[in-house]
Structure formats: C-alpha cells, structure tokens
Ligand binder design. Structure first.
Ligand code: FAD
Length: 334
C-alpha cells in the first residue's frame, strides 16, 4: 500500500518534498495561507505588483538548475535583475553596478515558481496546522481554526514540517529528536515597505543593495518581466533593525523607513498613491542547522527548509529535495 505523507507548508521546501515523493506516495500538502510559495510572496494592489519577500534567486546546483530551466521554458520564471546597484552609506550616491551571474524571478509574480512546482499536487490551502496528534493508525493533523469542532485530518504514516524553524519547534512533539538542532537555528525578521505610484519616476536602477543603518534593499518590481508598468517599489529593512523594532508601532516603522529611503535616493515618496508595510517575523536565516534536513526515525517525523542549509531559495529547494529522496529510501525499506 502507498505511504500516506502529510507536508505542512507550501513554500519551496515543502513543494520540493512533495514533488519528489508524489510518484510513490499519497501526498497531501497543508498551507495556512491562501497563496503558495511562503516567503516567495507577491502582493497586488490596484495597478501595483510587489514581490514583498524574496526578490530574486540564483542557481548553483545541478538539480535546481534543471527545475529552473524547465520552469523558464514554461514561462514561470525569467532572468532578473540584469544588474544590482549599491548605495554606500557615506554619500548615498549610487556607486556601482554588478552584472553577469544568472539571477531569476517568478513570472508574473515571485510565487509563480511555487505554482509551477505545485502542478498536480493535492494542496489544502488556508489550513493552518495547530497540532500533530499521535494515534494508533498514524499521525493526525488538527487545524487551528476548526479546533473547537474536533475536526482532525489523517491518519498519515509520515509528517514533514516545512515551515521556518521556530514554527517547526512549536509543531513538533517535545520528544522529536531534532529539538536541540531546531533550538540552535536563528532566524531574523524584516520589514518590507511597498510603494506604488502611477507616476513613473525615473530611477537609475532595477535593484540596489543599500548600506544604511535602517535599510538594506530597494527594487523597482515593475522592471521585472511580465509586471505592471506602474512604479512598484519594494524596500527591505535591515534584519538587525527589524529585530530591534519588531513590536514597534507600524506607522512609526513606515514613516521611519520612508524618511530613510528619501535620504538614500534623494526622492520623496511620502505622497505616493499607495504605501503599505509588511512584517516578516522569520525572514532570514542567521544561523543554519548545517544539515540537509532533520529526521526522527522512531516518530516518522521530519523537517526541512532554508534554515537547514542557508539563507536562499535554492537552500530551501535542496533541503526539500534531499528529504524527499530520504523518504523514498524509507518507503522502499518499509
Ligand atoms: P517558507 O517560504 O517560509 O515556507 C513555509 C510555508 O509554511 C509558508 O507558506 C507558510 O505559510 C507555511 N506554514 C507555516 N506554518 C504553517 C502551519 N502551521 N500550517 C500550515 N502552513 C504553515 N532568498 C533568495 O534566494 N534571494 C532573495 O533575494 C531573498 N530575499 C528575501 C527577502 C525577504 C524579505 C525574505 C522574507 C526572504 C528572502 N529570501 C531570499 C529567502 C527565501 O525567501 C527563503 O529562503 C525561501 O523562500 C524559504 O522557503 P521555505 O520553503 O524554506 O520556507
């Protein structure tokens, strides 16, 4: 009989696992949000389109290159940006542009890669898993919003948590063998400011790294392939600044980031038609686990994600892919 496998989280890591095991197992993916892709996120408002999480991704390994090559042929990803500029802290003048290196973005939005990877998979959206419960026939998943009605989904032979490490820690039972490693992983937050303006201001860059005490990145997301032509600027804070102000008043964060941006670019965006702010509680990996994935043989539970290997989309993919291959070996043995 086919193994029944539940995957919590439809980010790149969870989808990479699901794709690897779908030909020999019955797989169900559970995702708390309406959209897929997790931190490869996209937000549309009026004529504006923001990728408010990951901005681009690069490709190093062969496995990922093959998938991205196929996704490019299918029109789900394309190359962007052609160069990345930098704004140094002292004079805030644009210093240099870096070209070369293959970088990609999803098309028409960053989450398009996730949609492409999800083709043919059974995904339950808006299903936030609140607890994993051990039963005689296997694991049951209890959703957060249906707690009171007693609904549980299962049983499953194996459960994968493909969420940021602190969320894995909350879901896994206390006897999960990877607890200590999970506790050693450190992830940091980030604030993302989104600015939309019908008036296309002349910006001399597609994307730029910023060396500044508050900001780290600015990109004209409208210069991405397949996007709207109205100016859609995405601005990321520094992670250490976000960590220090995670619970601060949102209006203050917005105003402070806007002021910093006008200082950096020498342009005032405070009258822009659309300004929005997003807080990422777990944006980036500061200290990775240094393992491909975590696996508990006794409990038939495992975890994967970018936090296993590093702070990149490809790290999430690799972690999920390696875990999928391990599940295949396990299923063949059982
Ligand atoms: P996630 O994408 O976080 O996926 C986890 C999924 O699990 C989410 O969809 C979440 O909704 C879901 N979930 C969580 N808890 C539950 C639950 N209880 N029940 C059900 N579902 C649940 N990487 C790059 O390579 N280049 C970049 O330029 C870049 N910039 C970034 C900028 C920002 C602001 C951020 C936030 C990230 C950036 N990254 C970048 C990192 C990149 O986005 C991640 O490495 C990658 O997307 C992580 O994928 P993942 O599948 O491991 O996790």
């Amino acid at each position: 009989m086919k193994k029944r496998i539940a995957i919590v989280g439809a980010g790149i890591a969870g989808l990479a696992v699901a794709r690897t095991v779908q030909d020999f197992a019955d797989v169900a993916v559970f995702e708390k949000s309406r959209g897929l892709g997790g931190r490869m996120a996209q937000r549309r408002r009026e004529d504006y389109a923001f990728d408010h999480g990951a901005q681009y991704f690069s490709v190093r390994g062969r496995d990922f290159a093959k998938v991205i090559n196929d996704a490019e042929k299918a029109g789900a990803v394309a190359r962007w940006p052609s160069s990345i500029s930098t704004f140094p802290a002292r004079d805030f003048a644009m210093a240099q542009s870096s070209a070369g290196q293959d970088r990609y973005t999803g098309v028409p939005g960053m989450s398009s890669l996730a949609a492409y990877l999800a083709t043919g998979l059974e995904i339950r959206r808006e299903f936030e898993v609140s607890t994993l419960e051990r039963g005689e026939a296997g694991w049951q998943l209890r959703p957060l919003n249906k707690e009171k009605t007693g609904v549980v989904i299962g049983p499953f032979d194996f459960v994968v948590c493909a969420t940021p490490a602190p969320q894995v820690l909350r879901l896994m039972p206390t006897d999960f063998s990877g607890q200590e490693t999970l506790e050693s992983v450190r992830m940091s937050g980030c604030f993302t400011l989104m600015i939309g303006d019908v008036e296309r201001r002349r910006l001399p860059f597609q994307a730029a790294r910023i060396d500044h005490p508050i900001l780290s990145w600015v990109a004209a997301n409208d210069t991405k392939p397949g996007r709207t032509s109205t100016l859609s600027l995405t601005v990321h804070s520094r992670n250490d600044w976000a960590e220090a102000h995670l619970e601060a008043d949102r209006d203050w964060i917005r105003q402070t980031m806007l002021a910093a941006l006008s200082e950096v670019l020498g342009m005032d965006f405070s009258d822009a038609a659309w300004i929005d702010l997003h807080r990422w509680r777990y944006a980036n990996v500061e200290n990775a686990a240094g393992k491909d994935y975590l696996w508990d043989e006794k409990l038939n539970l495992a975890a994967c994600g970018d936090w296993c290997l590093g702070n990149r989309v490809e790290a999430a993919f690799d972690s999920g892919r390696q875990l999928g291959a391990a599940i295949r070996r396990w299923a063949e043995r059982e």
